[in-house]
Design a protein around this ligand. Structure first.
Ligand SMILES: *[C@@H]1O[C@H](CO)[C@@H](O)[C@H](O)[C@H]1NC(C)=O
Ligand SMILES: CC(=O)N[C@H]1CO[C@H](CO)[C@@H](O)[C@@H]1O
Length: 347
């Protein structure tokens, strides 16, 4: 699972789970003993948990329901067509997806949690997991007199992650200035690693700005996985180039190959120096069509014709190339050409 393991709703009643490692273990146990679990939230954690529990539910009579306000799973990240497609995939994993709605109230009655939804529906369940995102803790701001960013939250720091003299901020508490992409706050594991290292280096005099883009990844069941970098926001215009996937183009195959059962590693500062393009590589690469099976592909997120984010769909270990495209920050007339750099028709 991706590491956005921060859940806010923790009730004293014990029927709402907050997911930290112990919570994860306890949820695992609970899922073996109850008949129904509701997951609130359609982002990374909610969708990953729903898929994992849904898969289990295939062989048991566990019911898994996922409720979220977006139109589809990962709706804040994926372009609508792909979010739609992914939602169907999540349903096939055994999840009862209730999109486009929010929980209005919850009560505990006859050993069940009763959720009333905005659209009038009522859901009865045994257990609720709230995977609804995080807010950075900025309590220190007052006593340390630090500025908090009013739009993005978190401590406002410069490109060197410095809030004021002798104070640096890293991880998701930092609202930093990315020299390439502007002001940002990032809530992913690799960012914590990259920014923590940078803050440390700057504390000892490196004077280095934020330069190495962090990445993140997510798997939804064994067949769908993606890795992304930069600003990956579904409200931006996107261009997607897809190709037919094979069984090798899945997170399952990649973890088996690595032999670790885990495919995410925090990246080192590996730079793609030369990028080889295979002849005719993108011959059949093309924009998605309705009803398509999105085997594997590259999605570019654009701001004024410049690629500011890249999402690699069932394409693994090509992050250095994506990082280089973002770093170059050039305008591209034909993104099909750029898609060729990822050799999506090989392997
Ligand atoms: C996504 O699904 C919704 C609801 O099912 C539908 O209204 C919408 O047209 C779909 N969007 C795309 C781009 O396929
Ligand atoms: C201790 C130290 O030298 N820190 C430096 C980190 O980077 C910032 C920005 O370049 C410098 O202002 C600091 O002096």
């Amino acid at each position: 699972m991706e590491e956005d393991l921060q859940i806010l709703s923790r009730s004293k009643g014990g029927n709402i789970t907050a997911v930290l490692i112990e919570d994860f273990k306890s949820l695992e146990k609970i899922s073996r003993n109850v008949k129904s679990i509701v997951i609130i939230g359609g982002g990374f954690l909610g969708s990953e948990l729903a898929c994992a529990l849904g898969r289990r539910a295939r062989d048991t009579d566990l019911e898994v329901i996922q409720i979220y306000p977006e139109k589809g799973n990962m709706g804040k990240i994926l372009p609508e067509y792909l979010s739609n497609w992914t939602t169907e995939k999540v349903r096939k994993e055994g999840v009862n997806v209730m999109a486009n709605t929010v929980v209005k109230s919850a009560k505990y009655q006859d050993k069940k949690v009763i959720l009333k939804l905005k659209d009038g529906q009522t859901v009865k369940t045994d257990h609720v997991v709230a995977a609804v995102g995080l807010e950075p803790s900025v309590e220190l701001a007052k006593s340390a007199r630090l500025e908090v960013d009013s739009d993005l939250g978190g401590f406002r720091v410069n490109a060197e992650l410095q809030a004021r003299s002798n104070i640096w901020v890293a991880g998701d508490a930092a609202c930093f200035y990315d020299l390439k992409l502007g002001r940002r706050r990032v809530e992913h594991h690799d960012h914590a690693v990259v920014s923590g290292r940078l803050a440390g280096e700057n504390m000892t005099g490196a004077s280095k700005p934020y330069w190495h883009q962090s990445m993140f990844w997510s798997d939804l069941g064994p067949d769908v996985g993606y890795e992304a970098i930069g600003i990956v926001d579904s409200s931006l215009p996107t261009v997607g180039v897809f190709a037919k996937g094979t069984a090798k183009d899945t997170p399952k195959a990649v973890t088996q190959e690595s032999g670790t059962g885990i495919r995410s590693e925090s990246e080192t500062e590996e730079i793609a120096t030369s990028v080889s393009v295979s002849a005719g590589a993108a011959a059949s690469a093309r924009p998605p069509q309705e009803g398509e099976d999105y085997g594997k592909g590259v999605i570019f997120y654009l701001r004024e014709k410049v690629v500011v984010g890249i999402l690699l769909w069932n394409i693994f270990n090509r992050m250095p190339i994506a990082r280089k495209v973002i770093k170059d920050g050039e305008e591209h007339d034909d993104l099909n050409e750029i898609a060729k750099l990822f050799n999506i028709h090989e392997d």
